[in-house]
Write a protein that binds this ligand. Structure first.
Ligand SMILES: [Zn+2]
Length: 320
Protein backbone atom coordinates (compact mmCIF):
# COMPACT_ATOMS: atom_id res chain seq x y z
CA UNK A 1 0.00 0.00 0.00
CA UNK A 2 1.55 3.27 -1.08
CA UNK A 3 0.88 6.80 0.00
CA UNK A 4 0.45 9.06 -3.00
CA UNK A 5 1.76 12.38 -1.71
CA UNK A 6 4.92 13.62 0.00
CA UNK A 7 2.95 15.17 2.89
CA UNK A 8 1.29 11.83 3.68
CA UNK A 9 4.61 10.00 3.45
CA UNK A 10 6.30 12.54 5.72
CA UNK A 11 3.58 12.28 8.35
CA UNK A 12 3.58 8.48 8.21
CA UNK A 13 7.37 8.33 8.61
CA UNK A 14 7.10 10.51 11.68
CA UNK A 15 4.43 8.25 13.17
CA UNK A 16 6.52 5.15 12.40
CA UNK A 17 9.40 6.79 14.27
CA UNK A 18 7.16 7.36 17.28
CA UNK A 19 5.96 3.75 17.10
CA UNK A 20 9.50 2.43 16.83
CA UNK A 21 10.48 4.52 19.84
CA UNK A 22 7.70 2.87 21.83
CA UNK A 23 5.92 6.17 22.28
CA UNK A 24 2.78 5.57 20.24
CA UNK A 25 -0.32 6.02 22.39
CA UNK A 26 -3.25 3.65 22.56
CA UNK A 27 -5.66 6.43 21.54
CA UNK A 28 -4.73 8.19 18.28
CA UNK A 29 -6.44 11.19 16.72
CA UNK A 30 -5.74 11.77 13.03
CA UNK A 31 -6.64 15.38 12.15
CA UNK A 32 -6.28 17.65 9.16
CA UNK A 33 -8.24 19.37 6.39
CA UNK A 34 -10.53 17.32 4.18
CA UNK A 35 -9.16 15.95 0.88
CA UNK A 36 -5.56 15.80 2.03
CA UNK A 37 -5.45 11.99 2.36
CA UNK A 38 -6.24 11.25 6.02
CA UNK A 39 -8.15 8.05 5.20
CA UNK A 40 -5.21 6.58 3.29
CA UNK A 41 -2.86 7.56 6.11
CA UNK A 42 -5.17 5.84 8.58
CA UNK A 43 -5.24 2.68 6.48
CA UNK A 44 -1.45 2.34 6.24
CA UNK A 45 -1.10 3.02 9.95
CA UNK A 46 -3.68 0.37 10.83
CA UNK A 47 -1.96 -2.09 8.47
CA UNK A 48 1.34 -1.43 10.23
CA UNK A 49 -0.18 -1.89 13.68
CA UNK A 50 -1.73 -5.22 12.69
CA UNK A 51 1.13 -6.58 10.52
CA UNK A 52 2.74 -9.58 12.23
CA UNK A 53 6.04 -9.45 10.33
CA UNK A 54 7.29 -5.85 10.23
CA UNK A 55 9.63 -4.55 12.88
CA UNK A 56 10.95 -1.07 13.61
CA UNK A 57 10.09 2.10 11.71
CA UNK A 58 8.95 0.24 8.59
CA UNK A 59 5.51 0.13 6.97
CA UNK A 60 3.39 -3.06 6.89
CA UNK A 61 4.97 -5.93 4.93
CA UNK A 62 1.95 -6.41 2.66
CA UNK A 63 2.63 -10.18 2.52
CA UNK A 64 1.73 -11.72 5.88
CA UNK A 65 -1.66 -13.24 6.66
CA UNK A 66 -2.68 -10.16 8.61
CA UNK A 67 -1.85 -7.83 5.71
CA UNK A 68 -3.80 -10.05 3.28
CA UNK A 69 -6.86 -10.26 5.51
CA UNK A 70 -6.86 -6.50 6.04
CA UNK A 71 -6.60 -5.83 2.30
CA UNK A 72 -9.48 -8.24 1.71
CA UNK A 73 -11.59 -6.44 4.33
CA UNK A 74 -11.93 -9.59 6.46
CA UNK A 75 -9.42 -9.04 9.27
CA UNK A 76 -11.02 -10.31 12.50
CA UNK A 77 -8.97 -7.94 14.67
CA UNK A 78 -9.84 -4.76 12.79
CA UNK A 79 -13.10 -3.00 13.56
CA UNK A 80 -14.48 -0.11 11.59
CA UNK A 81 -16.85 2.22 13.44
CA UNK A 82 -18.51 4.68 11.13
CA UNK A 83 -21.88 6.13 10.13
CA UNK A 84 -24.45 3.41 9.48
CA UNK A 85 -27.45 3.57 7.16
CA UNK A 86 -30.94 3.89 8.69
CA UNK A 87 -33.99 1.78 7.67
CA UNK A 88 -34.35 3.83 4.48
CA UNK A 89 -30.73 3.26 3.50
CA UNK A 90 -29.73 6.87 4.22
CA UNK A 91 -26.59 7.37 6.31
CA UNK A 92 -27.34 8.41 9.88
CA UNK A 93 -25.78 11.66 11.04
CA UNK A 94 -24.36 10.28 14.29
CA UNK A 95 -22.25 7.43 15.61
CA UNK A 96 -24.24 5.98 18.50
CA UNK A 97 -23.31 4.70 21.94
CA UNK A 98 -24.10 1.06 21.09
CA UNK A 99 -21.42 1.10 18.40
CA UNK A 100 -18.83 2.30 20.92
CA UNK A 101 -19.91 -0.15 23.65
CA UNK A 102 -19.48 -2.96 21.16
CA UNK A 103 -15.89 -2.06 20.27
CA UNK A 104 -15.00 -1.40 23.91
CA UNK A 105 -15.97 -5.00 24.56
CA UNK A 106 -14.09 -6.32 21.55
CA UNK A 107 -10.90 -4.52 22.63
CA UNK A 108 -11.02 -6.64 25.80
CA UNK A 109 -11.01 -9.93 23.83
CA UNK A 110 -7.97 -11.97 22.78
CA UNK A 111 -6.63 -11.13 19.33
CA UNK A 112 -7.21 -13.83 16.72
CA UNK A 113 -4.29 -13.28 14.31
CA UNK A 114 -1.42 -11.54 16.08
CA UNK A 115 -1.49 -9.79 19.42
CA UNK A 116 -3.10 -6.52 18.29
CA UNK A 117 -6.69 -5.34 17.94
CA UNK A 118 -7.50 -2.02 16.27
CA UNK A 119 -10.75 -0.08 16.11
CA UNK A 120 -11.09 3.02 13.93
CA UNK A 121 -13.78 5.64 14.53
CA UNK A 122 -14.47 7.94 11.59
CA UNK A 123 -15.60 10.61 11.24
CA UNK A 124 -14.98 10.99 14.98
CA UNK A 125 -16.82 14.34 15.04
CA UNK A 126 -20.01 12.34 14.37
CA UNK A 127 -19.87 10.71 17.82
CA UNK A 128 -22.93 11.76 19.77
CA UNK A 129 -22.67 12.84 23.40
CA UNK A 130 -23.32 9.42 24.93
CA UNK A 131 -20.97 7.72 22.45
CA UNK A 132 -18.17 10.18 23.22
CA UNK A 133 -18.63 9.50 26.95
CA UNK A 134 -18.47 5.76 26.40
CA UNK A 135 -15.34 6.21 24.28
CA UNK A 136 -13.75 8.25 27.02
CA UNK A 137 -14.00 5.29 29.42
CA UNK A 138 -12.19 3.06 26.91
CA UNK A 139 -9.50 5.70 26.34
CA UNK A 140 -8.95 5.91 30.08
CA UNK A 141 -8.14 2.20 30.33
CA UNK A 142 -5.32 1.56 27.87
CA UNK A 143 -4.35 -2.08 27.29
CA UNK A 144 -1.29 -3.52 25.56
CA UNK A 145 -1.75 -4.12 21.84
CA UNK A 146 -5.10 -2.32 21.71
CA UNK A 147 -5.48 0.81 19.59
CA UNK A 148 -8.31 3.23 19.03
CA UNK A 149 -7.78 5.38 15.95
CA UNK A 150 -10.03 8.42 15.61
CA UNK A 151 -10.18 10.43 12.41
CA UNK A 152 -11.68 13.87 11.88
CA UNK A 153 -11.32 17.10 9.94
CA UNK A 154 -13.21 18.90 12.74
CA UNK A 155 -11.34 18.10 15.97
CA UNK A 156 -12.94 21.13 17.68
CA UNK A 157 -16.25 19.25 17.56
CA UNK A 158 -14.87 16.50 19.81
CA UNK A 159 -15.13 16.93 23.56
CA UNK A 160 -11.86 18.30 24.97
CA UNK A 161 -11.74 15.31 27.33
CA UNK A 162 -11.56 12.92 24.36
CA UNK A 163 -9.00 15.06 22.53
CA UNK A 164 -6.72 15.31 25.54
CA UNK A 165 -6.59 11.53 25.95
CA UNK A 166 -5.42 10.94 22.38
CA UNK A 167 -2.06 11.40 20.72
CA UNK A 168 -2.63 13.74 17.83
CA UNK A 169 -1.41 13.00 14.31
CA UNK A 170 -1.79 16.14 12.20
CA UNK A 171 -1.80 15.91 8.42
CA UNK A 172 -0.94 19.49 7.51
CA UNK A 173 -1.17 21.50 4.31
CA UNK A 174 2.19 21.40 2.51
CA UNK A 175 4.15 24.50 1.51
CA UNK A 176 2.88 26.18 -1.67
CA UNK A 177 5.90 25.03 -3.72
CA UNK A 178 5.54 21.40 -2.80
CA UNK A 179 1.81 21.55 -3.51
CA UNK A 180 2.46 23.12 -6.92
CA UNK A 181 5.12 20.55 -7.86
CA UNK A 182 2.88 17.65 -6.89
CA UNK A 183 -0.08 19.11 -8.81
CA UNK A 184 2.07 19.67 -11.88
CA UNK A 185 3.14 16.02 -11.75
CA UNK A 186 -0.54 15.07 -11.90
CA UNK A 187 -1.83 17.65 -14.37
CA UNK A 188 1.10 19.09 -16.32
CA UNK A 189 2.48 22.60 -16.20
CA UNK A 190 -0.54 24.48 -17.59
CA UNK A 191 -1.77 27.79 -16.20
CA UNK A 192 -4.94 26.14 -14.87
CA UNK A 193 -2.85 24.34 -12.23
CA UNK A 194 -1.75 27.64 -10.72
CA UNK A 195 -5.26 29.06 -10.90
CA UNK A 196 -6.74 25.99 -9.24
CA UNK A 197 -4.13 26.12 -6.47
CA UNK A 198 -4.83 29.79 -5.91
CA UNK A 199 -8.60 29.25 -5.79
CA UNK A 200 -8.09 26.30 -3.46
CA UNK A 201 -6.08 28.65 -1.20
CA UNK A 202 -2.99 26.45 -1.39
CA UNK A 203 -4.82 23.18 -0.70
CA UNK A 204 -3.40 20.65 -3.21
CA UNK A 205 -6.11 18.03 -2.64
CA UNK A 206 -8.86 20.54 -3.32
CA UNK A 207 -7.01 21.96 -6.35
CA UNK A 208 -6.56 18.42 -7.69
CA UNK A 209 -10.27 17.79 -7.23
CA UNK A 210 -11.11 21.05 -9.03
CA UNK A 211 -8.89 20.09 -11.96
CA UNK A 212 -10.40 16.61 -12.16
CA UNK A 213 -14.04 17.61 -11.79
CA UNK A 214 -14.54 20.87 -13.65
CA UNK A 215 -13.99 23.08 -10.60
CA UNK A 216 -12.66 26.04 -12.58
CA UNK A 217 -15.80 26.08 -14.73
CA UNK A 218 -17.91 25.82 -11.59
CA UNK A 219 -16.05 28.77 -10.03
CA UNK A 220 -16.73 30.93 -13.08
CA UNK A 221 -20.38 29.92 -13.02
CA UNK A 222 -20.67 30.84 -9.32
CA UNK A 223 -19.12 34.24 -10.09
CA UNK A 224 -21.56 34.78 -12.94
CA UNK A 225 -24.52 33.93 -10.69
CA UNK A 226 -23.36 36.28 -7.95
CA UNK A 227 -22.78 39.09 -10.40
CA UNK A 228 -26.18 38.48 -12.02
CA UNK A 229 -27.89 38.60 -8.63
CA UNK A 230 -26.05 41.74 -7.58
CA UNK A 231 -27.12 43.50 -10.75
CA UNK A 232 -30.71 42.30 -10.51
CA UNK A 233 -30.32 40.39 -13.78
CA UNK A 234 -31.01 36.92 -12.34
CA UNK A 235 -33.98 35.71 -10.29
CA UNK A 236 -33.09 34.63 -6.76
CA UNK A 237 -35.33 31.55 -6.95
CA UNK A 238 -33.58 30.31 -10.08
CA UNK A 239 -30.09 30.69 -8.66
CA UNK A 240 -31.23 28.99 -5.43
CA UNK A 241 -32.65 26.02 -7.29
CA UNK A 242 -29.58 25.75 -9.48
CA UNK A 243 -27.24 25.73 -6.46
CA UNK A 244 -29.37 23.34 -4.41
CA UNK A 245 -29.50 20.88 -7.31
CA UNK A 246 -25.79 20.34 -7.55
CA UNK A 247 -22.53 20.73 -5.59
CA UNK A 248 -23.94 23.20 -3.09
CA UNK A 249 -21.13 22.95 -0.52
CA UNK A 250 -18.55 23.49 -3.23
CA UNK A 251 -20.45 26.44 -4.67
CA UNK A 252 -20.61 28.08 -1.26
CA UNK A 253 -16.89 27.63 -0.72
CA UNK A 254 -16.26 29.17 -4.14
CA UNK A 255 -18.68 32.01 -3.47
CA UNK A 256 -16.61 32.94 -0.42
CA UNK A 257 -13.42 33.02 -2.47
CA UNK A 258 -15.07 34.90 -5.33
CA UNK A 259 -16.44 37.61 -3.05
CA UNK A 260 -13.14 38.02 -1.20
CA UNK A 261 -11.31 38.28 -4.54
CA UNK A 262 -13.74 40.89 -5.76
CA UNK A 263 -13.11 42.98 -2.65
CA UNK A 264 -9.33 42.56 -2.89
CA UNK A 265 -9.34 43.54 -6.59
CA UNK A 266 -11.35 46.68 -6.00
CA UNK A 267 -9.37 47.73 -2.95
CA UNK A 268 -6.13 46.99 -4.83
CA UNK A 269 -7.27 49.04 -7.79
CA UNK A 270 -7.85 51.94 -5.40
CA UNK A 271 -11.48 52.15 -6.45
CA UNK A 272 -12.85 52.02 -2.90
CA UNK A 273 -11.44 52.05 0.63
CA UNK A 274 -11.18 48.81 2.58
CA UNK A 275 -14.13 49.67 4.81
CA UNK A 276 -16.42 49.81 1.76
CA UNK A 277 -16.10 46.03 1.69
CA UNK A 278 -16.72 45.21 5.35
CA UNK A 279 -20.19 44.01 4.42
CA UNK A 280 -18.70 41.76 1.71
CA UNK A 281 -16.35 40.13 4.20
CA UNK A 282 -19.22 39.67 6.62
CA UNK A 283 -21.27 38.08 3.86
CA UNK A 284 -18.37 35.71 3.07
CA UNK A 285 -18.26 34.70 6.74
CA UNK A 286 -21.99 34.09 6.62
CA UNK A 287 -21.60 31.92 3.50
CA UNK A 288 -18.94 29.86 5.31
CA UNK A 289 -21.29 29.40 8.22
CA UNK A 290 -24.09 28.21 5.93
CA UNK A 291 -21.70 25.71 4.37
CA UNK A 292 -20.78 24.35 7.79
CA UNK A 293 -24.47 24.03 8.65
CA UNK A 294 -25.27 21.88 5.61
CA UNK A 295 -24.76 18.65 7.56
CA UNK A 296 -26.94 19.79 10.47
CA UNK A 297 -30.73 19.39 10.71
CA UNK A 298 -31.24 23.04 9.61
CA UNK A 299 -32.97 23.41 6.24
CA UNK A 300 -30.35 24.23 3.65
CA UNK A 301 -32.89 25.66 1.17
CA UNK A 302 -33.94 28.31 3.69
CA UNK A 303 -30.38 29.10 4.74
CA UNK A 304 -29.33 29.48 1.11
CA UNK A 305 -32.33 31.63 0.11
CA UNK A 306 -31.60 33.96 3.03
CA UNK A 307 -27.91 34.14 2.20
CA UNK A 308 -28.43 34.89 -1.50
CA UNK A 309 -31.12 37.41 -0.64
CA UNK A 310 -28.60 39.24 1.56
CA UNK A 311 -26.07 39.12 -1.28
CA UNK A 312 -28.51 40.52 -3.85
CA UNK A 313 -29.38 43.32 -1.43
CA UNK A 314 -25.74 44.08 -0.75
CA UNK A 315 -24.78 43.95 -4.41
CA UNK A 316 -27.55 46.25 -5.52
CA UNK A 317 -26.60 48.79 -2.85
CA UNK A 318 -22.85 48.69 -3.50
CA UNK A 319 -22.89 48.23 -7.28
CA UNK A 320 -20.70 45.06 -7.18
ZN1 LIG B 1 2.30 -7.85 7.11
Amino acid sequence: MNLATPWQQRTFQRVLGVLHGGRLAHGLLICGPEMLGKQALMRVLIARLLCTETQGAQPACGRCRSCHLLAAGTHPDYHDVTLLPNEKGVLKKEIGVDQIREISQILGFTAQIGSTIVAAVHPADALNHAAANALLKTLEEPQDGRYLVLLTSKPHRLPATVRSRCQRIDLKLPERDEARQWLQQQHGAGAEVLRALQLAEGHPGRADDMLRHGGLVLFDSVGKDLRGLARGQLALSEVCKHWLDERLAERLRMAVIWVRQLAVEKIGAGKRPHTAFDAHYLWAQQANLVRQQLDTPLRSDLLLADLLHQWADLGLRSGS
